[in-house]
Write a protein of this length. Structure first.
Length: 110
């Protein structure tokens, strides 16, 4: 299952989906998508990996606060989510906007 969970980060609700077990893979969706759009990919990856797919702030079921929606801000929220989940290292996969966020993530948090 690609179950949805909620966590509060910096006072805002962030929804993320998790499936599987093994080395972590983070799936970052594009501009007009949400974590649920990764379901088919997550199902396959979950056979060998722990799959984590957040709804970016302002997308899907996550909060839509006023504030910073820059690539760096999204990367920071993903870092904070992974820290809260106790994950120190992960493979990042991004689609469209998510690919840009993944690149900034690795630049900010090598």
């Amino acid at each position: 299952m690609f179950d949805a969970w909620e966590i509060e980060l910096h006072g805002h609700q962030v929804v993320y989906r998790v499936a599987g077990d093994g080395p972590p893979v983070v799936l970052v969706h594009g501009m007009v998508n949400a974590s649920r759009h990764w379901a088919a990919v997550a199902e396959r990856l979950a056979e060998r990996h722990l799959v984590i797919a957040p709804d970016l702030i302002g997308h899907g079921d996550s909060a839509t606060p006023r504030g910073d929606y820059s690539l760096g801000a999204h990367a920071s929220v993903i870092r904070d989510l992974l820290t809260a989940l106790g994950i120190e290292r992960a493979t990042m996969v991004g689609h469209s906007l998510g690919g840009s966020i993944a690149m900034v993530f690795f630049w900010q948090f090598p």
